[in-house]
Design a protein around this ligand. Structure first.
Ligand SMILES: Cc1cc2nc3c(=O)[nH]c(=O)nc-3n(C[C@H](O)[C@H](O)[C@H](O)COP(=O)(O)OP(=O)(O)OC[C@H]3O[C@@H](n4cnc5c(N)ncnc54)[C@H](O)[C@@H]3O)c2cc1C
Length: 315
């Protein structure tokens, strides 16, 4: 990725469609490393005894080092959108998507946020109304990472009344009639592939329901835990990069007859940056350890919420 990224950014391009295939060929699995996924990767890329959360931590850190948004964007989105299908989806739903995504042939995005709803997931407005063997889906989804490359969406919709218990997840073919995907300009980077998706009377087979009706909010909350670790690892690498660049500059740049790095105030600032970066690294490793020890995702909520705060305050 690294030799090409600057060019992609300069030209306002996105990752090439072959990204995941090429990553896999290079031995980098991009659809997650949970136990249910890793047995489906080519045996030659799985280490003896299987991957654990520390392999994942190192891999995510290295991918984040490749440049802005790399890991959080198209490179990481399959691993964030696929888990609900894996842990809640029926065999029929899994058969539509899992093998192809793991093999890097197809992509899946996670479509939750809307123009009027972000943090408050329980208030989403997109609706799915049952009509015979189909759901008719209407609504808008905003900030959807990789939407332009996605073959499928893990889509949050309202199938019931107000609040968390009215939300369900559907696996949606992103090429369905009635779906419009537009690239969104952002301050972040073009490679991230941020999109705005409009769903206008989209017919989704009822069999594409992920898990049970009304359980979508619970599935999303479970899924957010691991996603928070992924994002915290990236935040840590991005922060470390800022620290390293600042240090280089402070050593090079001279003011009042000496390098910036020799001024006490600047030394304090650099030490403070490094303190935060290392504390975040420790937190990431603590959470990774719990995943390695197979603490179920349902019990990781508070740890991952604290990690999210720690990562946000650091980066
Ligand atoms: C890089 C990037 C990629 C993304 N990718 C995806 C994606 O793939 N799929 C997807 O569905 N979404 C995606 N999102 C959207 C993301 O999930 C939302 O931005 C996030 O949930 C916040 O929602 P919001 O932006 O609407 O802010 P809001 O929820 O409207 O919040 C606005 C501000 O109010 C604060 N706030 C909110 N609630 C409270 C409260 N109770 N008390 C005090 N302060 C509060 C927030 O911290 C924030 O500062 C992405 C966002 C980014 C930045």
């Amino acid at each position: 990725i690294q030799p090409y990224l600057e060019g992609w950014l300069d030209r306002g391009e996105v990752y090439p469609a072959s990204l995941h295939l090429r990553a896999l060929a290079a031995g980098v699995p991009t659809a997650g490393l949970s136990r249910d996924v890793q047995s489906r990767y080519p045996a030659e890329i799985v280490p003896e005894g299987g991957f654990d959360a520390f392999h994942e931590l190192i891999m995510l850190d290295e991918i984040a080092a490749s440049g802005p948004g790399g890991q959080l964007g198209q490179m990481g989105i399959n691993s964030m959108a696929l888990p609900p299908v894996l842990f809640a989806g029926s065999k029929q739903v899994q058969d539509m998507v899992v093998e192809d995504v793991i093999a890097g042939r197809k992509n899946i995005s996670l479509a939750i946020s809307e123009p009027s709803v972000g943090s408050d997931v329980a208030s989403i407005r997109a609706t799915a109304v049952r009509d015979g063997d189909f759901y008719l889906v209407n609504g808008q989804k905003k900030w959807i990472t990789g939407g332009h490359m996605a073959d499928f969406l893990t889509l949050a919709v309202r199938t019931g009344g107000a609040g968390a218990k009215g939300i369900s997840l559907l696996l949606v073919d992103n090429k369905s009639a009635g779906i419009d995907v537009r690239k969104m300009p952002t301050q972040f980077d073009t490679c991230h592939g941020t999109t705005f998706i409009t769903l206008d009377n989209v017919k989704v087979p009822a069999g594409n329901l992920i898990g049970e009706e009304g359980k979508g909010f619970k599935y999303l909350m479970i899924n957010f835990n691991h996603e928070r670790l992924v994002i915290a690892v990236a935040a840590c690498r991005f922060s470390r990069t800022c620290y390293a660049e600042s240090l280089k500059y402070a050593v090079r740049r001279k003011t009042f007859g000496k390098a910036l790095a020799e001024h006490q105030m600047i030394r304090w600032k650099l030490a403070e940056m490094l303190r935060l970066v290392e504390a975040l690294q420790d937190s990431n490793e603590r959470v990774a350890f719990q995943y390695k020890e197979a603490v179920p995702d349902e019990r990781m909520g508070s740890q991952c919420a604290l990690l999210k705060v720690m990562a946000s305050k650091t980066f």
